[in-house]
Design a protein around this ligand. Structure first.
Ligand SMILES: Nc1ncnc2c1ncn2[C@@H]1O[C@H](COP(=O)(O)OP(=O)(O)OP(=O)(O)O)[C@@H](O)[C@H]1O
Ligand SMILES: [Mg+2]
Length: 249
């Protein structure tokens, strides 16, 4: 079942400058979908258009069979879509606990119950609950950013470069966390620079070039497609294909 269907979506930051030029993609229930592509292709802009942080100029965005193009970000997040931006996704001077409080529409006991659930799922956040977010490592900060988004119990999570700036080990750990999260029933659309690694944990993927999804396929097919490897994945070594795969079966 399609959770999210984006059809011929267009938009950008200024009327004269269209960045996303007719993007079409979908995310099914249980999917981990990777969105890869060169710098400046419009990947972040596309996520912002879907999440309602930018207003689409044309095209459709259907979330759970409801047309949401033009809805504002808070309305969209109340419908079950959460977005973790590429930058400034935690409040550095606030504690971990305060960051989580900021994430939810819940109040009082419900908020605390949800926060406790997330502490159970991510014990490091419980350990660090009184620490300022800026004192976390890069990988810990990304987990906090995801947990903030999870406060509202979304069905679909949009992640913009969750592993940017992380060491290879921290990136691999974060991909494991994303797969585990997916197994709890959260579908995922993620933009990734670590393209090969992202394809390993994804069910499907799109290659975005100049504002359009130019290639689409199973993550395994795209990972082995010579054109994709040459164009977008550089001369990177072997993908970590052994034994891991995302998605619920
Ligand atoms: N806030 C902004 N205001 C105006 N133009 C912007 C803004 N953010 C991005 N752009 C422009 O939009 C285009 C696409 O940027 P976008 O951030 O969507 O690309 P991206 O695919 O996410 O790239 P990267 O891989 O570097 O994150 C770029 O030409 C960029 O200069
Ligand atoms: Mg980006």
């Amino acid at each position: 079942m399609a959770l999210l269907t984006v059809t011929d979506l267009r938009g950008g930051y200024a009327a004269a400058d269209e960045i996303v030029k007719g993007a079409t993609l979908h995310v099914d229930s249980g999917d981990i979908v990777a969105l890869i592509g060169p710098n400046g292709a419009g990947k972040s802009t596309l996520l912002k258009l879907i999440a309602g942080l930018l207003r689409p100029r044309a095209g459709q965005v259907r979330l759970f069979d409801r047309e949401i193009a033009g809805f504002d970000a808070s309305a969209i997040s109340r419908l079950g879509l959460a977005f973790v931006p590429q930058e400034r996704n935690v409040f550095g001077s606030m504690t971990v606990a305060e960051n989580l409080e900021m994430g939810g529409f819940l109040d009082g006991r419900h908020m605390r119950d949800r926060r406790d659930e997330l502490y159970e799922r991510f014990p490091l956040l419980a350990e660090k609950r009184r620490a300022a977010a800026r004192t976390l490592s890069g990988g810990q900060r990304q987990i906090l950013a995801m947990a903030i988004a999870l406060m509202n119990a979304p069905k679909l999570l949009l992640l913009d470069e969750p592993t940017a700036g992380l060491s290879p080990q921290a990136a691999e750990d974060l991909f494991d966390t994303i797969v585990e999260l997916n197994r709890t029933g959260v579908s995922i659309l993620m933009v990734e620079q670590n393209a090969l690694e992202a394809l390993v944990v994804s069910t499907r993927a799109y290659v975005l070039v100049q504002g359009r999804a130019e290639r689409e396929g199973s993550a395994a097919d795209l990972a082995s497609d010579p054109t994709v490897r040459d164009l977008f994945l550089g001369a990177k070594a072997q993908p970590m294909l052994a034994g891991k795969s995302g998605g619920q079966t």
